[in-house]
Design a protein around this ligand. Structure first.
Ligand SMILES: NC(=O)c1ccc[n+]([C@@H]2O[C@H](COP(=O)([O-])OP(=O)(O)OC[C@H]3O[C@@H](n4cnc5c(N)ncnc54)[C@H](O)[C@@H]3O)[C@@H](O)[C@H]2O)c1
Length: 246
């Protein structure tokens, strides 16, 4: 894979988990990374450990003003250009359908799908038209196959696939690619299904490779999609999930 030297990347949800690993990998490949996270301290702490002058900013992707400010911070570093936009920020608020109230449904959709929409839309004017512009979003096995107890999350993640494919079609004329990654990794988000004995047994039985990846193991796919080697790939969903969705 060719490197990312000279590229500017904005990564949301980069304060922990998959986002942190992706920000680290992009920086190691040579990119200058702006790490945006609701937890601004975490973003700044991770940024301080990365090469190439990475910067951490506080940004709740549910807030249009926060997203605009994070995008402007990245654009300022890149003298107006942001090459790589990676939308990873997300949370989960599980509830069985009968208990899934309006607010719990809407808030998860707003963070995942709304956050992806507003980050991409806000960065659009800064993406270059020379074949280096990249949009990378994060979906999930839940968005591809559905899940029990998280219809809000699954709906948002399925929506992200439709949004990403639409970006791919609409922005192809500008040579900007848009792809989604469906990861599975040992992070805070998956702590319960990894540590609760009964849930862990059920979950591992659904993963052909029989284990959760470390976040660093899924980060390479994001870096590949950001690279020149993926310039002719757009509108795709790449699952890095141990074979969960086949
Ligand atoms: N871990 C997995 O197995 C898995 C599987 C499928 C999809 N995903 C997706 O990968 C992404 C990262 O998940 P993770 O497992 O690393 O979770 P995580 O909880 O470890 O990290 C999520 C990060 O996003 C930040 N965040 C949460 N809400 C935010 C908001 N409104 N604005 C900005 N930042 C916010 C958190 O502060 C945290 O730093 C999510 O979109 C998640 O849905 C993860």
């Amino acid at each position: 894979m060719r490197g990312l030297t000279g590229r500017i990347a904005l990564v949301t949800g980069a304060g922990a988990g998959v986002g942190e690993a992706v920000a680290r990998r992009l920086a190691e490949e040579g990119a200058r990374v702006v790490l945006a996270d609701r937890d601004g301290d975490a973003a700044a702490q991770v940024a301080a450990t990365l090469p190439n002058g990475a910067v951490g900013v506080a940004c709740d992707v549910a807030s249009p003003d926060d997203v605009t400010a994070a995008v402007e911070a990245a654009a300022a570093l890149g003298e107006g250009t942001i090459h790589i936009v990676v939308c990873i920020a997300g949370n989960s608020r599980p509830a069985m359908l009968k208990n899934l109230d309006e607010e719990t449904f809407a808030s998860v959709v707003d963070v995942h799908l709304g956050g992806t929409y507003r980050t991409v839309r806000s960065a659009l004017a800064h993406l270059p038209d020379d074949g280096t512009g990249r949009i990378i979003t994060t979906t999930s096995a839940a968005g591809q196959s559905g899940t029990i107890g998280q219809a809000n999350y699954a709906a948002a993640k399925a929506g992200i696939i439709g949004f990403t494919k639409s970006c791919a079609k609409e922005l192809a004329r500008r040579s900007i690619t848009a792809n989604a990654v469906a990861p599975l990794a040992a992070t805070a988000m998956t702590e319960k299904v990894r540590t609760d004995e009964k849930l862990a047994k059920l979950t591992l039985a659904r993963i052909p490779l029989g284990r959760f990846a470390e976040p660093s193991e899924v980060a390479g796919t994001f870096a590949f999609l950001a690279s020149d080697d993926a310039a002719y790939m757009t509108g795709q969903v790449l699952a890095v999930d141990g074979g969960t969705v086949i």
